[in-house]
Design a protein around this ligand. Structure first.
Ligand SMILES: Cc1cc2nc3c(=O)[nH]c(=O)nc-3n(C[C@H](O)[C@H](O)[C@H](O)COP(=O)(O)OP(=O)(O)OC[C@H]3O[C@@H](n4cnc5c(N)ncnc54)[C@H](O)[C@@H]3O)c2cc1C
Ligand code: FES
Ligand code: FES
Length: 1331
């Protein structure tokens, strides 16, 4: 009989934690942040999809006497599961006050931390790896990072920092191109290539790591005792140690009893689907469920064995059979390391998801399951077509527990292959999975038995028994392909409106994956049976892509030898907060400790896209214990309720009619997040649905749903005349979807009422002045009573420029009304649902050009999907119109711009602000002309590229125009012409893999197009000890603004950087500031700080002159005693800009940032998968204030742009429901997506007289360069289409997802679905639409 304990005991960072009232509903993350006040571990998604919450868990294995360390997602780990374990958080390994851990030091000093919100999680993933392997390989590093996302850095600097821990570090990956071998390379006199110096890093000494708590080793009671915890709501956590206890519990509670191992399914169900389970049983200490044994019949895997344990076991086996190899391969792509470390094979099987990765393999292998119940004992179930009985259902009974899974042995003449196709290769759920099991008659190629299994094609994982029966007895030859294809088409139907969308793609994949299996098995048979089935070109279809070991170079201008060594300007200084970010000491909005009387707020959101509100009933919600108040439109005057960044055309709380899902109807305020979120779901809303529901741009055009004042026109020259004179006129269309910002820190705000009529707002906003202004308006008080402060943001990218009002204003209103501090940090799904995205765009154009390729004129219609309110959509449209020609001169234009009103969330600013979407027009036109004239693309670029002194279509004269230099240099550095020829040879040789290479240029105008925003202020204080405190109008969101400002101030005041500090951005320090946006942060704020610093520097001139042998501190000291003011305000307004649309004159931009890029890709024509092989960028950033930061911005923007153009897809239903509400469904690029070779160089010898210290703005301009990947993919698809005799010019929607790539590579398989035309399904709405 084992004892039962009701105390939870575990260790955190070496300290013992005893919880006498453990709560089964609390995750480790909440426990760390709320109870232990360890806020270093961050909340990014709460669904295991971002890795921001990564910590290390250590466990003593009494069988092996070894301590196992593994990374986990604290957001999914139930705190109750930690009994007897040790947790290490980012705070536990080092701090800036004591000693930095080498992992923390290296990520910071290698410039791998920008906003820093992802950094603690990445640090802990790396730390966990090092605890298992003190000198890991690059492969191990790749795997360790699979579960972490970063939205800022583009990953390259993180990998470079961590590469220094690896075995491979000693050898340079650049091979013969290594700068050490190449005299002309990176050590040339003008150019520097070292952003950090690894010889300065503290060596990593494994032996210095903290020891595992001895008590946990010595006291075996921790493992022997059963646990039974119950909270106030009667929720129970039971950890039995004997199987019969578990069976009895399951018998008693049946479906209400959840057996929880990794909690990676159950945790998501509870958090986002609001399932309310009452009984949890954790089988981690039941031997039968945790054993791995090799038996006579196969590998027996306990149901609670984790995926990592399974992988390690198979890895270590001497002879793996093809089923085990398929499992091993599949596990590489299954979730991320943190999930695999805790998730169980049993949990995967029992969830019975149709897109499970393992179930197709287990079903195809006819695995045997051992199940047991308390009443009826054991039984064995063979997995066959009867096993899965419905969506997430199987034939295991409610009172049964899955004990183990037998993965059968294979025989000699058996072939087994499995595939997974996902949107993103790493850490993504499948679109379609397939597993094929063929047994041949001994020593023949006659099929004796076959299993075809598919996931993602029905509500369950399915077999195709008819096809299997059909092929029985058939010979394995090419005829088989058509027999199988035809049979699968009939046997696996998928309705046009099937959940999951991409119906044609999924149908094509079933055949494509079989074809891949055919190639693979044929290849094997050819070897074993000495027969010939395949031709050489076909073999390219066999394999998929593997993440390549990344290599890179970063080149930038050397600092002049005349510059003093202490002068920090132009040097790659580390981000001023990077070390704090790496240790978890950096404070973000929600890290601020709770105020004593603080309340939490939950939003009540509309669930209809277009409806009249008939009634709101909050009575049930208000009855809940801990709920204090409900506020809605009835609590505000109609004027106070009207808000918006420029036009007040939206309501804070919707009064009568909702025009989008996710609009705010009211707020519930109460004791804590759990209480208010549950109560908010109890508020009953009665709607009367209205029509139409307009989601897409095409819908909006059909209904003529356009904002007042549109269309607007920009006309320059005479387009009709140009078309008449042109040798050719072509038409084209470009369509782009939106893009979610996916900053790692969601919107957050805390409002604190003060002194009766004052209020302080701490908000994660890019625009504190606007928040304060709107808060004053909503409260009906003067602006001088409201202060808004922002310390730092966990990423912004434009998403926190204006939409932050949706969080800050309700919080402020509730705080003011209740006279208590109120807080809200949006959950990831809320954030994605309500805060808007990058604008989807549609462009229709007609272009006239000459025989030599010279463009004469363009007639363009532009439509953006603005959503339900104006927000900044008019400005976004303006920028798209200004930038549509990109870097190419188009002398005659007629542009019609339309802001379309839809029932979508209000779309908003996003890095590039319409520019990248617009530039797609220019790049498309250039390519279309090249194809039409059968000329080299670079020739057409060359003839149209802007030159010094050219005038744009908005009549701005170009001076210091460096785009041609970038264009020429990147062709040289990337070896463009040579590689293009090599690619042509590669494509000749390979039928199913194609490569493409492409080049793009960019020219991005710098300045807010709204003139008044081009101003800001600064406040500089010098204290008597010589230390300097700067406040300015800009917000630090990872872009390194504060660091650049410190460099500007240090250089101007001629003092060391370390003497200067920036605390926060606050509206009581610098008023009436502009948003930190439009890439103009360092231009504007740098200008204002420069101005203030110069004032102080001049005031100290007499002291420098009179006391030349003394130093800054003495001059300051003396000035103070002379009663000289040591404080100054600075101001900057960008000179000589301003554009008048009525006359198409004046300068909208201060200057331009230029760049060019070349990217090469390889695609898999059968699956639509792709890999970016190499990218080279040359960027003109003037004299870079900080090359490390600027290169970081280039790489980060490029990878974000890669997301926009290739990977990221918003999934909306035709009735306006957003399905892609978290990292599970919305895929931003991960570590494995970066170009395998990534070279960035800053143009040397460029200067810019129009910005501070000759620098240039950099935040947005490089983003568009990622379209080089889009166009390279298009080239590769073109090569595939030529094989089928099709035009290589075709329309490719953006993003170029795997689905679009596959379907554009038309072949015999895709042709089978031609009958599946939309016209046949006129009355059926597809499951999803492109907004
Ligand atoms: C970020 C993320 C990424 C993911 N990626 C993938 C992926 O790439 N591929 C994929 O297939 N899945 C993926 N999943 C889904 C999930 O991780 C897997 O299904 C995992 O194997 C579940 O295991 P678990 O131990 O965490 O299950 P739990 O959440 O602990 O349990 C899941 C279900 O199984 C039941 N159960 C568990 N053990 C038993 C048993 N012995 N007897 C009876 N019932 C039992 C539970 O009661 C529960 O209903 C992902 C999930 C997340 C959060
Ligand atoms: S917060 Fe845990 S993985 Fe995102
Ligand atoms: S630094 Fe990684 S998300 Fe910002």
């Amino acid at each position: 009989m084992t004892s039962i304990n009701s105390n939870l005991i575990f260790f955190v960072n070496g300290k013992k934690v005893i919880e006498t009232k453990p709560n089964p509903e609390i995750t480790l993350l909440r426990y760390l942040r709320e109870k232990l006040k360890l806020s270093g571990t961050k909340l990014g998604c709460a669904e295991g999809g971002c890795g921001a919450c990564t910590v290390m868990v250590s466990k003593f294995n009494r069988d092996t006497n070894v301590v196992n360390h593994f990374s986990v997602n604290a957001c999914l780990m139930p705190v109750c599961a930690l009994h007897g374990l040790a947790v290490t958080t980012v705070e536990g390994i080092g701090s800036t006050r004591t000693r930095l851990h080498p992992v923390q030091e290296r990520i910071a000093k290698a410039h791998g931390s920008q906003c820093g919100f992802c950094t603690p999680g990445i640090v802990m993933s790396m730390y966990s790896l090092l605890r298992n392997s003190s000198k890991p390989s690059m492969k191990e590093l790749e795997i360790a990072m699979q579960g972490n996302l970063c939205r800022c850095t583009g990953y390259r600097p993180i990998i470079e920092g961590f590469r220094t821990f690896t075995k491979e570090y000693e050898t340079c990956d650049m091979g013969d191109a290594c700068c050490k071998k190449n005299k002309q390379g990176c050590n040339a006199t003008l150019v520097d290539d070292k952003l950090f110096n690894s010889s300065e890093f503290v060596p990593y000494d494994h032996s210095q790591e903290p020891i595992f708590p001895p008590e946990l080793k010595l006291v075996d009671q921790y493992d022997k005792e059963s646990l039974y915890f119950e909270n106030d709501r009667g929720i129970i956590w039971f950890r039995p140690t004997q199987l019969h206890q578990l069976l009895e519990f399951k018998q008693q509670h049946k479906t209400a009893a959840k057996i929880v191992v990794g909690n990676t399914e159950v945790g998501v169900e509870v958090k986002f689907k609001h399932f309310d389970y009452k009984f949890f049983a954790n089988p981690s200490h039941i031997r039968e469920l945790n054993e791995l044994t090799v038996t006579e019949n196969g590998l027996k895997v306990g149901a609670a064995v984790t995926l990592t344990q399974l992988k390690n076991f198979i890895d270590a086996k001497l002879n793996c059979n093809p089923i085990e190899i398929s499992i091993l391969d599949m596990l590489h792509w299954f979730a991320g390391t943190q999930v695999r470390n805790v998730a169980s094979i049993g949990g995967n099987l029992m969830t019975s998801s149709p897109i499970s990765d393992l179930n197709p393999i287990l079903l195809a292998a006819n695995a045997e399951l051992e199940v047991q119940s308390f009443d009826n004992g054991k039984r064995i179930i063979k997995m066959d077509e009867n096993f899965f009985t419905g969506y997430r259902k199987n034939s295991i009974k409610d009172n049964e527990v899955l004990i183990s899974i037998l993965i059968p042995n294979t025989i000699d003449n058996q072939h087994f292959v499995a595939y997974k196709q996902a949107k993103r290769r790493e850490d993504d759920i499948a679109i379609v999975t397939a597993a094929f099991n063929f047994i041949f008659k001994t020593d023949t190629n006659i099929i004796e038995k076959a299993n075809f299994v598919f996931g993602g094609m029905a509500p369950t994982t399915i077999l195709a028994p008819k096809t299997a029966a059909l092929v029985k007895g058939k010979e394995w030859n090419r005829e088989l392909i058509e027999i199988v294809n035809q049979s699968l088409v009939d046997e696996i139907p998928l309705s046009f409106d099937a959940p999951g969308g991409s119906v044609l793609y999924r149908k094509s994949l079933t055949l494509s994956l079989f074809f891949k299996a055919f190639l693979k098995i044929s290849n094997d048979l050819e070897k074993s049976q000495n027969i010939s089935i395949l031709n050489e070109r076909e073999r390219s279809g066999i394999g998929g892509f593997k993440t390549l070991v990344p290599k890179s170079s970063q080149l930038f201008e050397k600092v002049s030898s005349d510059q003093s060594l202490t002068d920090p300007i132009y040097r790659p200084k580390v981000h001023m907060s990077a070390l704090k970010q790496a240790t978890g000491e950096a404070i973000y909005c929600d890290d601020i400790p709770k105020y004593e009387n603080e309340l939490y707020l939950a939003l009540v959101l509309s669930t209809k896209a277009h409806a009249k509100i008939l009634a709101i009933d909050e009575s049930e919600a208000l009855k809940q214990p801990g709920v204090y108040a409900f506020f809605s439109a009835k609590d505000l005057t109609s004027n106070q309720n009207k808000i918006g960044p420029v036009f007040h055309d939206e309501e804070l709380f919707i009064r009568e009619t909702v025009t989008s899902q996710g609009q705010i109807l009211g707020v519930i305020v109460g004791e804590d997040q759990n209480v208010v979120q549950k109560a908010a779901r109890l508020v009953k809303i009665q709607y009367e649905e209205l029509s139409p529901i307009i989601v897409t741009i095409e819908d909006a055009i059909k209904h003529n749903s356009v904002f007042p004042g549109y269309p607007k026109f920009l006309i320059n020259g005479d387009v009709d005349k140009a078309f008449n004179e042109a040798d050719h006129v072509l038409e084209g269309e470009i369509r782009l979807g939106g893009q979610e910002h996916f900053y790692l820190e969601t919107h957050a705000a805390i409002a604190i009422p003060k002194d009766g009529d004052e209020i302080e707002i701490i908000a994660s906003t890019q625009h504190p002045s606007e928040i304060a202004k709107l808060a004053a308006h909503v409260l009906g008080i003067p602006n001088n009573r409201v202060v808004c402060k922002t310390k730092r943001l966990g990423g912004g990218f434009g998403g926190k420029e204006s939409r932050g009002a949706l969080v800050s204003l309700p919080v402020t209103f509730a705080a003011y009304k209740l006279n208590r501090p109120v807080r809200l940090m949006l959950d990831r799904d809320e954030d994605m649902m309500i805060t808007g995205t990058r604008h989807p765009f549609l462009f229709k154009y007609k272009v006239g050009f000459m025989n030599n390729g010279k463009i004469m004129g363009c007639d363009l219609k532009v439509y953006n999907n603005a959503g339900y309110s104006f927000d900044l959509s008019f400005s976004v449209l303006d920028r798209a119109i200004f930038h549509f020609q990109n870097a190419y001169k188009i002398p005659n234009v007629r542009i019609e711009g339309n802001c379309m009103k839809t029932n979508m969330p209000s779309n908003t600013a996003f890095r590039g602000f319409g520019g990248p979407q617009g530039m797609m027009v220019g790049e498309n036109i250039i390519r279309q002309i090249a194809k039409k004239l059968n000329k080299d693309l670079t020739e057409i670029m060359d003839i149209n590229l802007y030159n010094e002194g050219d005038i744009t279509h908005y009549n701005q004269l170009l001076s210091n125009c460096n785009v041609r230099r970038c264009f020429e240099e990147v062709q040289k550095s990337s070896n463009f012409a040579k590689r293009r020829n090599e690619i042509a040879i590669f494509n000749e040789k390979n039928r199913w893999k194609k490569r493409g290479i492409s080049i793009v240029n960019t020219m991005f105008g710098i300045a807010f197009t709204a003139l008044h925003l081009n101003q800001t202020g600064a406040l500089v204080h010098v204290y008597v000890d010589g230390s300097v405190l700067i406040s300015h109008g800009g917000v630090e969101m990872g872009q390194g603004l504060h660091t650049k400002i410190l460099q500007v101030a240090a250089t101007t005041l001629k003092i060391p950087l370390e003497k200067i500090h920036i605390q926060e951005t606050a509206t009581d320090k610098v008023p009436n500031t502009s948003p930190t946006a439009a890439s103009a942060g360092s231009d504007l704020n740098g200008g204002a700080v420069l101005n203030a610093c110069k004032i102080i520097y001049d005031r100290l001139a007499p002291y420098r002159e009179n006391y030349p042998n003394e130093k800054w501190e003495q001059w300051v000291y003396k000035a103070y005693f002379d009663r000289v003011s040591l404080s100054a305000t600075g101001f900057y307004a960008t000179p000589d800009i301003g554009y008048d649309p009525s006359t198409n004159s004046g300068h909208p931009f201060n200057y331009f940032t230029y760049g060019s890029a070349v990217s090469e890709v390889e695609i898999d024509c059968l699956t639509g998968d792709h890999q970016v092989i190499r990218t080279d960028i040359v960027m003109d950033v003037g004299s870079s204030l900080n090359p490390a930061i600027d290169i970081g911005q280039i790489e980060g923007a490029f990878i974000q742009g890669y997301g926009l153009f290739v990977l990221e897809e918003l999934i909306y239903s035709p009735t306006g429901t957003l399905y892609s509400k978290g990292p599970g469904m919305y895929k931003i690029p991960g570590f494995g997506d970066i170009p395998a070779e990534f070279n960035v160089s800053l143009l040397t010898g460029s200067s810019n007289p129009r910005a501070v210290y000759s620098s240039k703005a950099i935040g947005e301009p490089p983003l568009f360069l990622a379209s080089s990947v889009f166009f390279a993919i298009k080239e590769a698809i073109g090569a595939a289409r030529i094989e089928e005799g099709l035009e290589s010019d075709f329309q490719l929607l953006c993003p170029a997802t795997s689905s679009r790539i596959r379907m554009a590579c038309k072949d015999n398989i895709t042709k089978k679905f031609d009958e599946y035309e939309e016209s046949k399904h006129k009355n059926m709405k597809p499951w999803n639409v492109m907004p």
